[in-house]
Design a protein around this ligand. Structure first.
Ligand code: CP
Ligand code: NVA
Length: 304
């Protein structure tokens, strides 16, 4: 993986290293037996300041399938850095664990852990990025389309972590990614610029708009919750600004999209309607399955 020690975001990866991960993920998927001992004797700490279904279960089961051991650390009522300094936390964990996987509120927490950790650190979601998700998303598209660099992907909804990682990863892979969000929820301007700078070298196109009519002839629609974990907002408060961005049958037809993705948890009837989520156009469950395969590919690349 580009000799990366950590995976905190995907911006520093190359298309070559991402495609190598996809190939490894496909091998892991096709022949799990062959990899059943690659992490034998290795222990991986997975820490959570926020809830999770997919991330927790895919890391736990995935690590078990590789012969390793996952240790769950619940930090929902015990924020990292409160009981002891983050540097001591990271240095102690490094004495016992072979890898640290972290879901945190603030990216800075992961940067601080990575600074003092002597073992690889993987970001399993923070306020800014969700790299494991974006790699699983593009693995899913890679399996269903001939050339991901030719894909036009429209992200609809809240321009935060999932949107950022989709833009950065799409930029590395040469795809077109357009974030369509209410102006009040535009993606972070620094991350958009970073993705556009990467795109200048890869032939990708990274754009933002608030006008849903700007997306026509796109291959893939992607959406995410309108209220992220930890956000202090009520549905009534966000509904007026987000409702025009709901992914429903009319919108799918208007955009001409073949496939729909959602990182989940989904809120049926809010950001996506059930008829789209459960349709033949939905790659949402294969996308969830691929979380495990891509994460195992990451773990094998970093640790085996
Ligand atoms: N997509 C995702 O990260 O799901 P969880 O929050 O359930 O882990
Ligand atoms: N944007 C969502 C992603 C959940 C996987 C959140 O941060 O809650």
């Amino acid at each position: 993986m580009n000799n990366l020690q950590h995976l905190l975001d995907t911006a520093d990866m190359t298309a070559e290293s991402i495609f190598a991960l996809f190939e490894l993920a496909n091998n892991l998927k096709a022949d799990p037996e062959k990899f059943s001992n690659v992490l034998a004797g290795k222990s991986i700490v997975t820490l959570y300041e926020k809830p999770s279904l997919r991330t927790r279960v895919t890391f736990d089961i995935g690590i078990n399938k590789l012969g390793g051991h996952a240790v769950y650390l619940d930090h929902k009522d015990d924020p990292i850095g409160q009981r002891e300094a983050i540097q001591d936390y990271a240095k102690n964990l490094s004495q016992w664990a072979d890898c640290i996987v972290g879901r945190v509120f603030f990216h800075e927490t992961l940067e601080e852990i990575a600074k003092y950790s002597s073992v690889p650190v993987i970001n399993s979601l923070c306020d800014r990025y969700h790299p494991c998700q974006a790699l699983a998303d593009f693995l899913t598209l890679y399996e269903h389309h001939d050339d991901v660099s030719k894909l036009k992907i429209a992200y609809l909804g809240d321009g935060n972590n999932v949107c950022h990682s989709l833009m950065l990863t799409g930029a590395v892979l040469g795809a077109t990614v357009t974030a369509v969000t209410p102006i009040s929820h535009s993606p972070n301007a620094i991350i958009v610029k970073q993705a556009q700078d990467i795109a200048a070298n890869t032939g990708a196109t990274i754009q933002i708009t608030s006008n849903i009519n700007d997306v026509e002839g796109y291959d893939v629609i992607y959406t995410d919750t309108w209220i992220s974990m930890g956000a202090q907002k009520s549905l009534e408060h966000v509904l007026p600004s987000f409702l025009p961005y709901q992914v429903n049958k009319t919108l799918m037809k208007q955009v001409g999209a073949q496939h729909v993705l959602h990182c989940q948890p989904a809120h049926r009837g809010q950001e996506i309607t059930s008829d789209v989520m459960d349709s033949d156009q939905s790659l949402i469950l294969p996308q969830a399955e691929n979380r495990m395969h891509i994460q195992n590919a990451i773990l094998v690349s970093l640790l085996a």
